[in-house]
Design a protein around this ligand. Structure first.
Ligand code: ADP
Length: 638
């Protein structure tokens, strides 16, 4: 048959144009696309050979690269399924893939993203026009003995003619464009360039990729083709092997390979998703937090996305929520359609399904670690606990499964930690809430006067010390196992039982009457700083403490909002004083004999200052405080 000339389908022409004039900086991906097509063709031949022995090949299924720096050609060759003449037209002369069509429409309407995004995803065969100006494809379908040659210079037409081939398979010859002066394009006949591209994108392709380089002719020897003996790719996609066949050492090596972290990971998790969307994943939890963990935008996301063993992208943010950003690993999707923009990826159903599965699996495995090896879990918690708790801020999360993993200090645990679950188990039957305090450190919190009544009653209080705790506990307090969280520094606290309550109520009424005058005097002295002075039901040993009204912001949140430049409404705490304390009793006596005794105002200032200091706060005027204390000292020393 003679040569026939054909016009490209209109869309193909547009795509070619886009590729040729692409500003896309990473042109290397063309090789990934061609290798991935070749690998698919090898798979198909092997698969069809299972039922039709005539299609099998004696030779090893291989992708060959032949680079000739003299002729400036790069050949990509496979002994896969091949294409008939009709298939060449159908596959290379028309565009059937809907994603590509959609993308082209967007380009036409000026809505498509920057060209940078194109190459992240499957651009397919046409990507080769980023680096070549002429392309020939010679292909022979397995089971047929006729080959055909498809050729184009990308200008709008292609030709088809009969051709010769040694056997079934496909040979693609790229006539490379000049590298001079074009940034982002490499010399694709150079062994090291090809090696590094294959390593980056196609290392886990399951068939060997072999390279033959034709060295330039020099004075002594003629041009010579040299086979690079080892395949360029490792083919070690360890996530495709049964976990039982992979050694711990191999898991560790692979972790270092993808993360460049030389600390052994604390956990690896293999999982696969079956059903409508198939995917495999190998996830790791590092043992040491990276330095940029809290720079949310900068932080590296650990999940690499592969599609059928071919590398697509690093840091696929859509596969893990922010609060699991420390998880590293790979996800290999079987049937992700490679649409052409990141935006599409985000909304893609399979990605969402995979993400859900990964989150579930990760939390489950952490739960397993917690119950099987608490010590190891606690070292994970020390590194990543605060990040995990960010998950409690989200609306979409099932919070219980995160709360199951939460540890905190507690008044019963010394400097150790307790899990929330264990705390709830220890709660007495009539304890209505999970009591907690949040603040800068365990030392400060455990010295807080707010805890006195709880200690006296033997009620355990959780002590939360990460900045994020304030936010989830106060802004969107969840329930856990049916119990609400309740801050011990908020509002009125009453730990008494019913009969006690009645007695105390009467007693308190009486006391309020008795102390009413003194409280008024104290309030007058510190009214710039507090909105009320009242008798406390939570103090047993300290003289005073500050409490917030229900609904008031915590000091930590207030500080955070101020730092973020937000207006924070003026809020004053309540000063509580302990009627049983000798200082307060003495003040009452003084007040009874002279309601305007100046010692009352002085003491009010000191009681307030003590309350501020005991919760780790700072005094507005430390000098005045010091002077007063010095005066007192002087007096007491006579
Ligand atoms: P995609 O691979 O995403 O389908 P391409 O534009 O890369 O899109 O390729 C179009 C089609 O051409 C492929 O689906 C495949 O059927 C065929 N094809 C491409 N390369 C080869 C090859 N090396 N061997 C056999 N068929 C191929």
């Amino acid at each position: 048959m003679t040569t026939q000339t054909h016009e490209f389908q209109a869309e193909v022409k547009k795509l070619l144009d886009l590729m040729i004039h692409s500003l896309y900086s990473n042109k290397d991906v063309f090789l990934r696309e061609l290798i991935s097509n070749a690998s698919d063709a090898l798979d198909r031949r092997r698969f069809e050979g299972l039922t039709d022995a005539g299609l099998q090949d004696e030779a090893e299924p291989t992708v060959r690269l032949l680079a000739d720096s003299e002729a400036r050609t790069l050949v990509i060759e496979d002994n896969g399924i091949g294409m008939t003449r009709e298939e060449l037209v159908e596959n290379l002369g028309t565009i059937a893939r809907s994603g590509t069509l959609e993308y082209l429409k967007k380009v036409e309407q000026g809505e498509a993203g920057p060209p940078e995004l194109i190459g992240q995803f499957g651009v397919g065969f046409y990507a080769c026009f980023m680096v070549a100006d002429r392309v020939e494809v010679v292909s022979q379908k397995a089971g047929s003995d006729q080959a055909a040659c498809w050729k184009t210079d990308g200008s709008g037409t292609y030709t088809l003619e009969d051709a010769e081939r040694d056997g079934p398979g496909t040979t693609i010859t790229l006539h490379l464009v000049d590298v001079d002066g074009d940034e982002g394009i490499s010399d694709y006949t150079d062994e090291w360039v090809l090696r590094s591209i294959v390593k980056r994108y196609s290392d886990f392709v399951a068939h060997p990729i072999r390279l033959t380089v034709t060295k330039k002719e020099d004075d002594e020897s003629p041009a010579q083709a040299v086979d690079v003996e080892e395949p360029l790719n490792s083919m070690k996609a360890i996530w495709t092997r049964p976990t039982s066949e992979v050694t711990e050492e191999e898991f560790g090596e692979f972790y270092t390979h993808i993360t460049h972290d030389h600390n052994a990971p604390s956990l690896h998790v293999s999982t696969s998703l079956e059903g409508t969307f198939e995917a495999r994943a190998l996830l790791y939890i590092p043992s040491v937090a990276p330095f940029d963990l809290y720079h949310r935008e900068m932080a590296h996301r650990g999940i690499q996305l592969y599609v059928r063993r071919v590398f697509i992208m690093d840091e696929c943010r859509d596969l893990m929520p922010d609060y699991l950003r420390f998880v590293k690993g790979v996800v290999d999707a079987e049937d992700l359609s490679l649409n052409v923009s990141r935006e599409m990826l985000q909304q893609s159903k399979p990605i969402q399904v995979i993400r859900k599965h990964l989150v579930k699996k990760t939390l489950e495995e952490l739960g397993r670690l917690m119950s099987q090896d608490e010590e190891k879990y606690l070292s994970f918690w020390a590194q990543f606990g605060p990040v995990l708790k960010e998950g409690l801020l989200g609306f979409e999360e099932k919070k219980d499964r995160i709360l199951d993993l939460v540890y905190a200090h507690s008044t019963d645990e010394g400097d150790g930690l307790t899990s929330l679950a264990a705390y709830v188990d220890r709660m007495k039957d009539d304890q209505e809430a999970i009591y907690y305090m949040a603040g800068p450190s365990r030392e400060v919190l455990s010295g807080s006067p707010h805890l006195e009544a709880f200690r006296a009653k033997g009620v355990e209080v959780l002590l939360f010390t990460d900045p994020v705790d304030d936010v989830w506990l106060e802004q969107m307090p969840p329930e856990y196992k049916g119990k609400p969280f309740r801050s011990v520094g908020l509002g009125e606290i009453d730990l008494s039982d019913e009969t006690e309550k009645e007695e105390q109520e009467a007693e308190r009424k009486q006391k309020e009457d008795d102390f009413g005058g003194l409280l008024g005097g104290l309030r007058a002295a510190v009214q710039d700083d507090v909105k009320e002075v009242r008798l406390s039901s939570r103090l047993t040993t300290s003289a005073s403490c500050l409490v917030r009204d229900e609904g008031d912001l915590s000091p930590q949140i207030e500080a955070m909002l101020k730092q973020a430049g937000q207006e924070v409404p003026e809020r004053k705490p309540i000063l509580e004083v302990n009627a049983e304390h000798p200082v307060v009793k003495r003040l009452q006596a003084i007040f009874e004999s002279n309601g305007t005794d100046p010692r009352i105002a002085d003491s009010a200032g000191l009681l307030y200052a003590q309350a501020v200091l005991s919760e780790g706060g700072q005094l507005a005027d430390p000098r005045a405080f010091n002077e007063k204390v010095a005066q007192l000292l002087e007096k007491s020393l006579g």
